[in-house]
Design a protein around this ligand. Structure first.
Ligand SMILES: Nc1nc2c(ncn2[C@@H]2O[C@H](COP(=O)(O)OP(=O)(O)OP(=O)(O)O)[C@@H](O)[C@H]2O)c(=O)[nH]1
Ligand SMILES: [Mg+2]
Length: 392
């Protein structure tokens, strides 16, 4: 499904840092300096792999087609104490809100939430010391050098979890996209059939005194969503970070309290911590019922959360809704929203498009170290029984 869509919020990629270049075992050889002493340089460091937040990306689409990300190796050291070049680093640009997990264990690795935030995912191998480094008073002609440190590799899963203050939660057709379209400049598709919205949409709600907050319209949830029905769990991850959830149930629903129960249950089954989020309930499409009916409805509503009657179409109750949302957002959070994001992934819950196999990239011939032939000339120059070479 996601393959046809440009909204890519999941990707599995293989990353490898560069290995360190090896140190050189070289001895100085010049025409009139017969025993020139060690002059092998250090190897260069292998390239690192970094992640960097970039607000110009909204999805992980750009990573879909570049799923093997490899830094290059450090070069070996060489004669005249020359240090090998460092490998080239690779920076993976990701949208703000990207959480990264180990694809084999599900372990949470890191979370990129800000533009410019940079995190090292894999460290390049350190370069080995050349024989010059090992020269001491008692061993003036070391015939050894260090190899570079190995590369690191890791298969990772990246998930985008959108950064929004308020997440809209409701059954299909509840009027979520309509509300987003009247409160923000976003232009989501709106229609009188379920699952009109197939991708989350974000909008900025302007509030008084130039204040604003971000609202996310996510596709409709149905009973059984946490077990994979409808669009299933795929989009529930986008409400993980929301400080506040706005539940939306149409006024002409037979049993509002029951619908509220079903929605709450689906969320909790997805993740228990969602139960701790602040909630507001909007009874939508109130233009469909009269005042009298509204009064009757009040009797049978769920308790324990602010409830606002609205109509996006008739522009009723919208200011009151914004006031309530702002008030709730300003309260101290009951719980740190990002703690859910930082939990390990349950790999068995990944049932959608992720199982297109991705294999580690093979180590190619050109990745293997190149030897500097000069290094092997040393036996000709030095006789093992000879004294240590004279001063450089
Ligand atoms: N009468 C009335 N109809 C509304 C109101 N808000 C939305 N609708 C209608 O309800 C239908 C569904 O609205 P959407 O905004 O697409 O609903 P949704 O919750 O985004 O639906 P999905 O994307 O399918 O989950 C559309 O035909 C809207 O015109 C309202 O305040 N009053
Ligand atoms: Mg919609």
């Amino acid at each position: 499904m996601a393959a046809e869509s440009n909204f890519v919020d999941y990707v599995k990629i293989y990353c490898r840092s560069g290995k360190g270049g090896r140190g050189s075992t070289h001895f100085r050889r010049e025409k009139y300096i017969p025993k020139g002493g060690p002059d092998g340089g250090d190897g260069g460091r292998g390239g690192h792999i970094f992640l960097r937040g970039n607000r110009n990306y909204w999805t992980l689409l750009h990573l879909r087609y570049d799923r093997h990300i490899m830094a290059t190796n450090g070069r070996g050291g060489s004669a005249k104490r020359s240090t090998g070049a460092n490998g080239e680093d690779r920076v993976i640009e990701v949208p703000c809100g990207t959480a990264v997990y180990d694809a084999e264990t599900g372990e949470f690795i890191t979370d990129i939430t800000e533009h410019g935030q940079q995190v090292m995912l894999l460290e390049g191998g350190k370069g080995g010391h050349g024989n010059t480094f090992f020269k001491t008073a008692t061993n003036q002609a070391p015939r050894y050098a260090q190899p570079g440190m190995p590369a690191q590799e890791r298969m990772v899963i990246m998930q985008l979890k959108m950064l929004a203050d308020v997440g809209l939660v409701g059954f299909p057709n509840a009027g979520k996209s309509t509300l987003l379209s009247v409160l923000t400049a976003a232009k989501p598709k709106i229609a009188n059939y379920p699952f009109t919205t197939l991708e989350p949409n974000l909008g900025i709600v302007a509030y008084r005194d130039k204040r604003s907050f971000v609202m996310a319209d996510i596709p409709g949830i149905i009973e059984g969503a946490s077990a994979g029905k409808g669009l299933g769990l795929r989009f529930l991850r986008h409400i993980e970070r929301n400080a506040l959830l706005l539940f939306m149930i149409p006024a002409d629903t037979d049993n509002i309290a029951r619908e509220y129960e079903i929605l709450s249950r689906e969320l909790v089954q997805y993740n228990e911590e969602l139960a701790e989020k602040r909630k507001v309930l909007a009874i939508t499409k109130c233009d469909l019922i009269d005042e009298e009916l509204q009064e009757m409805l009040r009797e049978e509503l769920p308790t324990g959360l602010p409830i606002i009657f609205i109509s996006a179409v008739a522009q009723q109750g919208l200011d009151e809704l914004k006031d309530t949302l702002w008030k709730e957002l300003s309260k101290e959070s009951l719980h740190e929203p990002d703690s859910i994001v930082r939990q390990s992934l349950d790999l068995s819950s990944l049932t959608w498009d992720d199982e297109d196999d991705l294999f580690p990239a093979p180590i190619r011939d050109e990745d293997e170290e190149e030897y500097d032939d000069l290094d092997f000339d040393l036996e000709i120059e030095y006789d093992d029984d000879a004294d240590a070479p004279t001063q450089l």
